[in-house]
Design a protein around this ligand. Sequence first.
Ligand code: HMG
Ligand code: MG
Length: 306
Amino acid sequence: MSNAYPDHVSIVEVSPRDGLQNESATVPTAVKQALIEDLVAAGVKKLEATSFVSPKWVPQMGDNSDLMSAIAPARREDVIYSVLVPNMRGFDNAIVHHPDEVVIFGSASETFSQKNINCSIDESIERFAPVAAAAKEKGIRVRGVISCAVGCPYEGEIDPSQVAYVTKRMVEIGAEKIGIADTIGVGTPIKVKNALLAALDYIDVSKVSGHFHDTYGQALSNTLAALELGVSEFDTSVAGLGGCPYAKGATGNVATEDVVYMLHGMGISTGIDLEKLVVAGERISEFLGRRNDSNVARAIINKRQS
Ligand code: HMG
Ligand code: MG
């Protein structure tokens, strides 16, 4: 194995949040809870449980408080349960549930910022600053995610300088980690590398994660490109669930099963049991009545059946 790759990669499982926020059907809280418990049983150590956004904007996450209460008794100390928070209202609602990490989510595209969180990039930073400060005061981790880091459904290609700008601003207000997100999955390896390199001017690679949607089937290639730069954390979603209601045409995140299979095949550990992960993906796909969008999961299931 090349020494250029990390020995271990952290997976942040985003299916309970990114995966289910885009489903048209209402997913009962108990099903979300079961998904989270299945993921943890498969060895997932970091996950996005829900988001404390406006239920008028994203009704699918309207059970955020109920879900956090439901998972509370079985929460494990070795698992980081993160929640998305767009403003102080969200933070105040989230904090009673003791999240391990809050995720502030901005955009490298002005138009997407307006469409997704109803404010400009600079206004979003102003809203995030007190959230980051309040989280820090309580000893809670703060991660920033930058959407549309390579392409935007409204503006087209995004210049890496925009990624650099938002990274700089988020780091200034206290984001300890930065996620570079290809929200609509249009990126290709060199473009993704350029977006990542822009962020690396302001934050160490050990604090950077990749969040790649797979709309154009490029997400695994983009993951490999990010690994080559030394990125060792990726947001992924079991069964390839995912999408943002305000980014039309965006389909699922890269499937966790596919990333884990690739990493294990490269001799990189993740701590995740692939067979158990496939079970988690099968269960939620069955509930949603949709095809499992992980190639690896489908291959493993077919092999089992034959
Ligand atoms: P707004 O309408 O501008 O907010 O929305 P406002 O401050 O004017 O408040 C309007 C109403 O919403 C008020 O209620 C507030 O109390 C309420 P009213 O007085 O009318 O009854 N409100 C809230 N309620 C609950 N929780 C809150 C909250 N804030 C205000 N936190 C806002 C601004 C940011 C709230 C809205 O635009 C919003 O919720 N947006 C969220 C959109 C979203 O969740 N998108 C998906 C997640 S991002 C994503 O998927 C990308 C990612 O995966 C990375 C990638 O792939 O790129 C992370
Ligand atoms: Mg996303």
